[in-house]
Design a protein around this ligand. Structure first.
Ligand SMILES: Nc1ncnc2c1ncn2[C@@H]1O[C@H](COP(=O)(O)OP(=O)(O)O)[C@@H](O)[C@H]1O
Ligand SMILES: [Mg+2]
Length: 320
């Protein structure tokens, strides 16, 4: 048993090492990236700083042609990751924003009833058979994101955003589309993707997604970045902030995240706060500046009160 698991570990690390150097096997997926390092570098060029875990999973999703399910708290860069992948691969980004009640008509396609009626009225003298064949043709079909993403030859990133907000029923639909990359329109037949989109599903985990959907996807959990990565993100997004201030900002945000708050500040808020400090002309952090600008980081009065009571700024900034 021990030998087996050691061998497996050996195999996995060899695969990882080969992938980092771009020595993978033949391409079965979308094949945009030759190596994990290339993913990291190209994403960074568009302003997205990926951790090794993020870059590795993106590489694998690309290689294997599997949808990528990205889960994690709000504001940690899930949606942005899909945008960045679209940008570096020169793909169009097709987005399905999920919400309670999103249905087939919003996600797949619907018939353009108004146009169909006009067509019937215009051809009043011709027979119904002729009109019927006509009005159920592609010209009268309104493609919604899932259909748009699988039709067309251009490289496409399909972003199914905040999947957990949709009702469970929509997952059946997603399974079908993401499984075979085809959609059946009863009146027209089956439309199959000529070019597979790179699919990214995001979820804030407000509810569990079905096992079936998870099984179909590669899974990536993005959490708050470590301090080093977050400092780099701040400096990249807010170039006017110097290294010392970026470091102080990230430390304070880290200390706030360690408190039991209703809503911990996300990366998006760290960036906003750095911009705010810049606008206020603050080069260093002191109690006054932090108090005055805390509303950028915390969005509930309970959290602000708690932070006032518990934040020891001198200790946070002194800690090495
Ligand atoms: N790794 C990262 N590199 C660069 N910017 C990031 C990163 N993570 C988060 N951000 C920033 O945080 C913001 C919020 O990210 P977003 O993708 O909207 O969050 P989510 O979809 O997870 O709620 C983005 O606009 C981006 O500026
Ligand atoms: Mg998002």
């Amino acid at each position: 048993m021990i030998t087996t698991s050691l061998t497996m570990t050996g195999v996995i690390s060899t695969v990882k090492a080969r992938a980092r150097k771009g020595l993978g096997g033949h391409v079965t997926g979308t094949g945009y990236f030759a190596s994990v390092d290339e993913v990291t570098e190209r994403l960074a060029e568009t302003g997205y700083l990926a951790s090794t875990a993020v870059a590795t999973t993106v590489f694998l999703a690309d290689r294997l042609g599997k949808p990528l399910l990205v889960e994690g708290p709000a504001g940690v860069g899930k949606t942005e990751l899909a945008r960045a992948v679209a940008q570096v691969t020169g793909s169009r980004l097709v987005r399905l924003q999920c919400y309670e009640g999103v249905d087939e008509a919003r996600a797949l396609y619907e018939w353009n009833h108004a146009k169909q009626l006009l067509r019937i009225t215009a051809g009043r003298d011709e027979g119904w058979d002729r009109a019927r064949t006509d009005i159920f043709s592609e010209e009268f079909l309104l493609a919604r994101p899932l259909l748009t993403a699988i039709s067309g030859d251009e490289p496409t990133v399909l972003l199914i955003d905040e999947t957990d907000k949709a009702d469970v029923e929509i997952e059946g639909l997603l399974l079908e589309v993401l499984g075979d990359f085809q959609i059946t329109v009863p009146e027209l037949g089956t439309i199959t993707a000529t070019r597979r989109p790179f699919a990214v599903l995001t979820s804030n985990a407000t509810r569990e997604l079905s096992e079936a959907l998870r099984r179909r996807c590669l899974f990536l959990h993005i959490d708050f970045p470590d301090a080093e990565l977050e400092r780099d993100i701040v400096r990249l997004k807010v170039p006017g902030v110097d290294a010392a201030l970026a470091d102080a900002v990230v430390r304070v945000v880290g200390a706030l995240r360690a408190m039991e708050l209703r809503k911990a500040p996300s990366v998006a808020e760290t960036i906003d706060w750095a911009r705010t400090l810049l606008a206020l002309g603050a080069d260093t952090l002191d109690e006054g500046v932090v108090r005055d600008s805390l509303g950028v980081l915390l969005k509930h009065q309970d959290d602000v009160t708690k932070a006032y009571a518990q934040l020891r700024l001198d200790q946070v900034l002194d800690a090495s």
